[in-house]
Design a binder for this molecule. Structure first.
Ligand SMILES: Nc1ncnc2c1ncn2[C@@H]1O[C@H](COP(=O)(O)OP(=O)(O)OP(=O)(O)O)[C@@H](O)[C@H]1O
Ligand SMILES: [Mg+2]
Length: 294
């Protein structure tokens, strides 16, 4: 199978509001796809469609070759789903709740549940209703990962987790990826998926804006450079280079921002004696926000 998830013209309308508009997206096996977009973009709607919880108005979502809406029974065991607003049964303890799902999944090793709980410092003996928001989220994480599913569908999984637990979760994601599982991960912050995602899809107002590898996204990123010359910086020559912006001079040092390749700039500077070059980290967040805002 060359894809785990395949959507074609996947569309969902709520009344007159179009939450998702003609999504065509393929996720190959073993890929971690970051699914990004601002509030109301349609991320949760897409995820609920993939998890078979709602039916499309038009188009289709196919997961492991099965229709997500019509053949969910065939998929349940192979999918781990973490909803964005994780609400569990408040009167059950973590153990009771997870046992119920373990049963639905056709059995899960007790040791795996305990290991996950320990990792996230989660007390499973407590009633879910009395847990803090972050700790409730952890119950959801254990539920999504405990049966070691082939596909994880995660809707803003780190919501409510403290920084230490966010790091633990990223580690779990890396292990999941290294084990060859496929991950569909929604977020509205790029930095959260940057470290684990192979590709990033950006959604805005229900439409797919771009799907790119993280590397490709980086290549179009703007980069801040400081070039120091033995003499006066060749300001006019540098300003003429395509992509150079925000050029300013401070003594022998030129500060500038360049988008895309730096090759042209280095050629323009080469005839002059350059004594120092300082390159700052590519500003991925800026590229991302450009897509966000259109
Ligand atoms: N059950 C529903 N009934 C009516 N409108 C809905 C429903 N679910 C979603 N919508 C609308 O569809 C659009 C997309 O919502 P969705 O929850 O998918 O966005 P999102 O990308 O997950 O946003 P967020 O980042 O805030 O979680 C929104 O305009 C929302 O109001
Ligand atoms: Mg959402």
């Amino acid at each position: 199978m060359d894809h785990v998830v395949r959507t074609r013209n996947l569309t969902k309308r709520f009344g007159r509001r179009t939450a998702l508009d003609g999504l065509d997206l393929d996720v190959p096996p073993g890929e971690v796809l970051g699914y990004l977009g601002p509030n109301g973009a349609g991320k949760t709607t897409t995820i609920r469609l993939l998890a078979g919880l709602i039916r499309p108005t038009a188009g289709s979502a196919v997961v492991f070759g099965f229709d997500a809406a019509d053949q969910y029974d065939a998929l349940q065991r192979r999918i781990g789903y973490l909803p964005g607003d994780f609400v569990a049964y408040p009167d059950l303890t973590g153990t009771q709740y997870l046992d119920y799902f373990a049963h639905l999944y056709g059995g899960v090793e007790r040791s795996r549940i305990d290991l996950l709980a320990k990792r996230f410092d989660l007390d499973l003996g407590v009633r879910i209703g009395t847990l803090s928001r972050g700790n409730r989220q952890k119950v959801g994480i254990v539920q999504a990962f405990m049966h070691d599913p082939d596909l994880l569908i995660l809707d803003e999984p780190t919501t409510g987790l403290d920084p230490l637990m966010q790091r633990e979760f990223r580690e779990l994601l890396r292990e999941t990826r290294d084990a060859g599982r496929t991950v569909f991960l929604s977020s509205h912050v790029l930095s959260e998926v940057d470290a684990v995602a192979d590709r990033v899809a950006i959604l805005r107002a229900g439409r797919l804006v771009t799907v790119q590898s993280v590397q490709a996204l980086r290549a179009t990123a703007r980069r801040r450079l400081d070039l120091t010359f033995a003499g006066a910086p060749p300001v006019d020559r540098m300003r003429a280079v395509p992509g150079v912006q925000e050029l300013s001079v401070d003594g022998h040092t030129a500060h500038l921002v360049i988008s895309g390749s730096t090759a042209g700039l280095l050629r323009a500077a080469a005839p002059y004696e350059v004594t120092n070059v300082l390159s700052h980290e590519a500003d991925l967040e800026t590229v991302f926000l450009d897509y966000y805002n259109g």
